[in-house]
Write a protein that binds this ligand. Sequence first.
Ligand SMILES: Nc1ncnc2c1ncn2[C@@H]1O[C@H](COP(=O)(O)OP(=O)(O)OP(=O)(O)O)[C@@H](O)[C@H]1O
Ligand SMILES: [Mg+2]
Length: 234
Amino acid sequence: MQSSTKVIAQLIGANKRYKSGDTEITALQATTLDFRSNELALIIGPSGSGKTTLLSLLGCVIYPTEGEVLVGGNKVREMSETQLSNLRLNYIGFVFQNFNLVAPLTALENVMFPLTLQGVSGQEAKARALQALEGVGMADRKNFKPKQLSGGQQQRVAIARALVTKPQLLLCDEPTASLDAVSMVSVLQELHRLSKEGIAVAIVTHDPRLKEYADRTIYVESGRVTDNAEFSIH
Ligand SMILES: Nc1ncnc2c1ncn2[C@@H]1O[C@H](COP(=O)(O)OP(=O)(O)OP(=O)(O)O)[C@@H](O)[C@H]1O
Ligand SMILES: [Mg+2]
């Protein structure tokens, strides 16, 4: 491991249980893991095993039931709602499993949205959003609304929206599920390049083709995490 890498996010004995009626589901058992800059980590495992739960804890979308989650050195549990929204806005990029694009907004407006929240001026936000759309090959669809785009195109817009703020921690839930082989390779090359520029990237996937881009593979099964450090030739 390079000495210049730093810990971007940490789970310390963090677990997640959901209660529904009388039953309790352990979505994630107590987990201790570090996510570092310059590292692209894959999170793999069967459906329902806890992958999205793990990613959502890292993305400060949910709180752990027990244990701690630290992002950028801050204990998530001790942060106020405002501090948390600032952290999510400025530090974390999240590509959701279901894209989560805003339906009435165009592709360009969707990508501009986080920049507008950051207070970036309209002109600069537009230029940066266009650049991010170009990066995923979607500039020619900039005025299309989500429902006018295919699944793979929506996925690429969601990736552009996550990258446009230049986050330190990039979390992607199945980012290549709807992509053809060519788009998949270009997205993965971009994510790999970004990780080498110093950000921490975690990708949930079922796609074994992604392994060659990963520095590390984390397995999740029945809520239990196994950190199997596998370093690729990249
Ligand atoms: N909000 C919730 N309330 C109750 N149970 C939940 C909730 N979210 C997730 N779970 C349960 O937690 C377990 C893990 O779910 P999770 O979404 O993390 O799986 P996953 O590995 O991402 O699956 P997939 O590959 O299908 O997306 C599942 O059994 C699921 O039913
Ligand atoms: Mg999931």
